[in-house]
Design a protein around this ligand. Structure first.
Ligand SMILES: [Ca+2]
Ligand SMILES: [Ca+2]
Ligand SMILES: [Ca+2]
Length: 158
């Protein structure tokens, strides 16, 4: 049953890509923070345990990013009304980051409909396949869109 192997491989790839996206952001944070006391930027949130600065857009996005989970506790609404949250058709809450990312996150897949009209959040650009990626991930040598769109038409320099 070759097609089954193929589907499993594609799913594994998509999950890995998503994990890599956040890992990349973590590396950016840690890379810029090594050997320095924790002082967060204006657009960052200091976790209550004082171990990590995370981008504000990771606040209340349903995913635990601080080790102590404080990014998901402080005044986060439970009705999906936060700007970083998205409400599926079936009322489930998911992270806004997972809307139109090519993976089904709502059980009813409502996060992957009307994606051609979806406006990416500020600071992000839209791939050919409607996936939103960080602006700075264009031409950075990583295949973030999954179809290499963000690594095409890059002028070679350095
Ligand atoms: Ca979070
Ligand atoms: Ca999704
Ligand atoms: Ca890239």
């Amino acid at each position: 049953m070759h097609w089954k192997v193929c589907v499993v491989a594609i799913l594994a790839f998509l999950v890995a890509t998503e994990a890599e996206r956040k890992l990349k952001s973590y590396q950016k944070i840690w890379g810029s923070r090594s050997n320095r006391a924790l002082s967060c930027q204006a657009n960052e949130f200091a976790c209550k345990d004082n171990l990590l600065c995370i981008p504000n857009k990771w606040l209340c996005d349903i995913e635990r990013d601080c080790y102590d989970g404080s990014d998901e506790q402080l005044n986060c609404p439970t009705d999906c009304s936060h700007a970083n949250q998205f409400q599926c058709k079936n009322k489930e809450c998911i992270s806004r980051d997972f809307v139109c990312d090519g993976t089904r996150d709502c059980l009813d897949a409502s996060d992957e409909v009307n994606c051609e009209n979806f406006v990416c959040p500020e600071g992000e650009i839209k791939c050919d396949n409607f996936l939103c990626i960080e602006e700075t991930w264009k031409c950075d040598g990583y295949n973030d869109c999954g179809d290499l769109w963000d690594e095409r038409n890059c002028t070679a320099s350095g």
